[in-house]
Design a protein around this ligand. Structure first.
Ligand code: IPM
Ligand code: MN
Length: 361
């Protein structure tokens, strides 16, 4: 460890399935890169997830939530257990952290790394390089609604789509700012469905136009969700930064993950720009591969890189990304589970090597 005075307290939540295996590789890289960059980390591990729930009935105890509010960042593996009914862990752990910590931005870069196979014929890394900003605390995820007359022929189910002016506006402002600072061509595309959702998406469109006046350098652009998914496949080079609501963002970022080479490489950040943020590989817990040392840890390592950049250790964050690019370009055969030509641990070791050997170019 260094004696520099930059020090970060990181909550580590390995979670379920293959989560612990990929987090282990991420932490290996963290240790190595902190040495190089000269900062210190204090890790605090939390055993949240399906195993704890099945053993104790606890999901996210209040005391843990309070502790999570005091760290510099959260590093998450995956939450999801085959023996737990769908919806419990998602709502009580993952979504609860997002909501309670007000992580209102879900940031998902869609980048094709060198050497990675994309299902999009003839597309190159230059052509697949955009960022999706997904609103992360509202919309259909708000949980409002109810079921009436359940199990009868007259059953009614309603699920509320909540869009607050404040929630929409802060998300859109973040996206404009990102497009302004980091966008390739300073273009921001709003993805919505204004032709049908004439209340909710009218609010989105007005906020988009109004906030846009604060960013005269950014070119505003609009696409309906159904057309946008078409263009993501046909002409991904068209996109720079995309901003959208929670549900649409959930869907289009899985499509994004596929065109960048799959879940093995796709990472995301749940950001509260004024508070505590959480970083995760977006692929889930992949329970059937647990303990086999075959899962791809690159997504978790990319999430670690994002976390470092978020902590203002941009040098370290970029070093991690360059190391991952070196590994995809020169060392792994494929990103698919079991086809990497290396074990999970070996891929982590390769990234550590890349922190020094794979930095030019
Ligand atoms: C994601 C996941 C979650 C979501 C699930 C697990 C609740 O799919 O992070 O995209 O829908 O947000
Ligand atoms: Mn999802």
């Amino acid at each position: 460890m260094s004696d520099g005075n930059r020090r970060y307290k990181i909550a580590v939540v390995p979670g379920d399935g293959t989560g612990p295996e990929v987090v282990r590789e991420g932490l290996k890289v963290l240790e190595a890169v902190s040495e190089i960059a000269g900062f210190d980390v204090d890790l605090v591990h939390y055993d949240l997830g399906g195993a704890r729930y099945l053993k104790t009935g606890e999901t996210l105890p209040g005391s843990v939530l309070e502790e999570l509010k005091t760290v510099d960042a959260i590093y998450l593996g995956a939450i999801g257990h085959p023996e737990v009914k769908p919806g419990i862990l998602e709502r009580e752990v993952l979504l609860k952290i997002r909501f309670e910590l007000d992580q209102y931005i879900n940031l998902r870069p869609v980048k094709l790394f060198p050497g990675v196979a994309t299902p999009l014929k003839d597309k190159t890394p230059e052509q697949i390089d955009f960022t999706v900003i997904r609103e992360n605390t509202e919309g259909l995820y708000g949980g409002g609604g109810g079921i009436f007359k359940k199990g009868t022929p007259d059953e009614v189910a309603m699920q509320m789509d909540v869009n607050t002016r404040k929630g929409v506006e802060r998300c859109i402002r973040f996206a404009y700012d990102l497009a302004n600072r980091r966008g390739r061509e300073k273009k921001l595309t709003l993805c919505a469905k204004t032709n049908v959702l004439t209340y909710a998406h009218d609010l989105w469109l007005r906020a988009f136009e109004e906030v846009g006046r604060e960013f005269p350098e950014v070119k505003p652009d609009y696409s309906h969700i159904d057309a946008l998914v078409m263009w993501m496949v046909k002409s991904p080079e068209f996109f720079d930064v995309i901003v959208t609501n929670n549900m649409f963002g959930d869907i289009i970022t899985d499509l994004g993950a596929m065109i960048q080479g799959g879940m093995g490489i796709a990472a995301g950040g749940n950001l509260n720009p004024e508070g505590v943020s959480m970083f995760e590989p977006i692929g889930g817990s992949a329970p059937k591969y647990t303990g086999q040392n075959v899962i791809n840890p690159l997504a978790a390592i990319c999430a670690l890189g994002m976390m470092l950049s978020h902590l203002k250790e941009e040098g370290a964050g970029e070093r991690v990304e360059r190391a991952v690019r070196w590994v995809t370009a020169h060392h792994v055969k494929s990103l698919a589970v079991g086809k990497m030509g290396h074990s999970t641990c070996e891929v982590g070791d390769l990234v550590v090597r890349g922190l020094t050997e794979g930095q030019e170019g």
